[in-house]
Write a protein that binds this ligand. Structure first.
Ligand code: ADP
Length: 348
């Protein structure tokens, strides 16, 4: 098990990591998700031993890593910018680390063939690096990282440089490889779909701090605050007064588990359904095609706008009625005026 306790790191005025506590169990795949600048790479660099925390401890299998140098930690590390050696073959790239750590030639050849098969590049050992597609190069880099059999694998935006269709395919392949290997994985990404696809558990970071840790399902159902809701793309957000356990949105009243005061009410788009007898009248303002449905946008009686799925393409000006499932309503107490809990300027 990997364990971080109260780990902080400051670079000048920037608190890059703010008292991070984290446990990763054996064979668990944990995605670290957050906007650019939230401290994800710093976290990985500390665990890898490339940098040292100002405070706190990092242990692996109960052993404090403070005085264990990078190479002695036995972890695998793959960056977005995984420079392959351009003048070596695919096999030469994968074998490099093994040779450096003194593996016998026969063992190296066997292991190279094994990991190339694992990443779907059987028989490619003799190919030259400059002839590879982006996806193939990414697989070679992964094979190189996996070759020495690391017990902990850390990947920092490994698919970041690839286009979306390829990323979507590779993320599924990566998941299958992790499962087959039974390896402990820390996977850093700013892409929530990638995190949700690959991870048993997602750790959300903002401004160097862990703001929520949960399974993808729980995170989706119960984002812990406005930052996480924003980051998941839940744009239906309303400020509402709360009295007697109900928030008054002006166009609907929803039960919330909050004391009297002000709340930010977040409504997941899937909590709204088009229903001719629904109590919420709206006027369509637009829609986005999403393959098997449209994401409709409409104006409420209060003038606020709302987004929800709709089967047939609505036309601007169409009048529809909606029904709201209270289970899809999330409410957070609103911070006092002047303080914002939303994503910071670094999240752009
Ligand atoms: P992320 O990986 O989430 O994009 P980073 O861990 O790279 O975030 O950075 C977190 C914060 O720490 C950022 O504000 C970044 O500018 C700062 N930072 C990271 N590394 C250094 C460094 N070596 N020197 C100064 N500031 C740094």
């Amino acid at each position: 098990m990997l364990q971080l306790h109260n780990v902080s790191k400051r670079y000048g005025p920037t608190l890059a990591l703010d008292s991070v506590d984290l446990r990763v169990a054996a064979d668990e795949v944990v995605a670290v998700l957050g906007p650019s600048g939230s401290g994800k790479s710093t976290l990985l660099r500390m665990i890898a031993g490339l940098e040292h925390p100002d405070t706190g401890t990092i242990t692996w299998q109960e052993r404090n890593l403070a005085d264990v140098p990078v190479h002695a930690r036995g972890f695998g590390f793959m960056f977005q910018d995984y420079a392959l050696f351009p003048h070596r073959t695919v096999g030469g790239n994968v074998a490099f680390g093994l040779r450096m750590s003194g593996w016998e030639r026969a063992q190296v050849e066997e292991r190279v063939a094994e990991v190339l098969e694992l990443v779907g590049l059987s028989g490619a050992a003799g190919r030259s690096i400059d002839r590879l597609s982006g996806g193939e190069a990414q697989r070679v880099a992964l094979a190189r990282t996996l070759a020495p059999r690391p017990e902990l694998l850390m990947l920092d935006e490994p698919l970041g440089s690839l286009d979306r269709p390829l990323r979507e395919r590779l993320i599924v392949e990566l998941g299958a490889i992790f499962e087959q290997l039974a390896v402990t994985v820390l996977y850093v990404t700013h892409d929530q779909e990638e995190a949700f696809t690959i991870a048993d558990r997602v750790v959300v970071m903002n401004h160097g701090a862990v703001v929520q840790q949960a399974t993808p399902e729980d995170l989706w159902q119960r984002p812990a605050g406005l930052f996480v809701s924003d980051f998941l793309g839940f744009t239906n957000q309303f400020e509402a007064p709360v009295t007697g356990g109900a928030a008054d949105l002006g166009w609907a009243t929803v039960p919330v588990d909050l004391p009297n005061g002000a709340a930010a009410v977040v409504i997941r788009p899937d909590a709204l359904t088009v229903d001719a007898s629904g109590p919420i009248p709206v006027t369509m303002t637009g829609s986005v095609f999403r393959g098997d449905h449209y994401l409709g946008r409409a104006r409420l009686s209060t003038g606020d706008e709302i987004t929800f799925p709709v089967d047939a393409r609505p036309r601007p000006g169409d009048r529809l009625s909606l029904r709201l499932d209270p289970a899809g309503v999330l409410a957070h107490p609103l911070p006092p005026a002047g303080r914002s809990e939303g994503p910071g300027p670094e999240s752009a």
